[in-house]
Design a binder for this molecule. Structure first.
Ligand code: GTP
Ligand code: MG
Length: 206
């Protein structure tokens, strides 16, 4: 899929303030600093669209971006930032939980994990909570430019092994880098496939 237009719509402090829209919506979630905002900029090829920072805790609201006038990308605050105050952490957790539970337009959640790390308890706990809530998601490995092919292979395998302990079927996975653009086509093509299926559903073809 080619990106013809990508525009910022709004930032919302609560799910009730999100755009009144039924367009398909794809949200990016993961630990603070994992690279959610950077990935949105990489996918849209729009450097400053989502605000990024080397300091965790940058994205604090629900940010909607309209793509090709047809669907939304959503940048969410991160979870698991140990140094944030307790109040800030519970505020982010509430925003994320409410968004996931209440946002009817949410089509798929992309859960981002850092490809350089061993499976993190907070990520596994978050992913397992999605299973319990029946939320569709795919797993995205980020920052793959920072490690060699062998280490990448090893780390992604470890993640899959950790998930296999609780999941019968493994989620779809994407291997990405906001630096090199790796994974861009795969991710956008996947979104396009889902959008097409949804259109057919609405047209009554399926
Ligand atoms: P919060 O909004 O704080 O939750 O963080 P975030 O997940 O949106 O992370 P963000 O995109 O702001 O990136 C955090 C840091 O990681 C920044 O310094 C980015 O430049 C860097 N970064 C993100 N993705 C990549 C990547 O693929 N490769 C490399 N080398 N650095 C990356
Ligand atoms: Mg961010």
């Amino acid at each position: 899929m080619s990106i013809k237009s990508a525009t910022f719509v709004c930032s919302s402090a609560k799910v009730a303030q999100c755009p009144k829209s039924n367009l398909p919506e794809y949200a990016f979630i993961g630990r603070s600093n994992v690279g959610k905002s950077s990935l949105i900029n990489m996918l849209t090829r729009h450097g400053g669209l989502a605000k990024t920072s080397s300091t965790p805790g940058k994205t604090q609201l629900i940010n909607h971006f309209l793509i090709n006038e047809a669907w939304h990308l959503v940048d969410l605050p991160g979870y698991g930032y140990a140094k944030a105050s307790k109040t800030a952490r519970s505020r982010f957790a509430a925003i994320i939980t409410d968004y996931i539970r209440q946002r009817d337009a949410l089509t798929l959640l992309f859960v981002l994990v850092d490809s350089r790390l061993e499976p993190q308890a907070v990520d596994l706990a978050f992913i397992n909570s999605l299973g319990a809530a029946g939320v569709p998601f795919a797993l995205v490995f980020t920052k793959t430019d920072k490690l060699g092919a062998g280490a990448l292979q090893r780390n992604t395998a470890h993640y899959k092994e950790a998930l296999a302990e609780t999941w019968e079927e493994l989620p779809l996975t994407f291997v990405t880098s906001a630096e090199s653009g790796a994974g861009r086509d795969d991710l956008l093509n996947y979104i396009e496939t889902i959008n097409t299926t949804l259109q057919h559903d609405h047209n009554g073809f399926l």
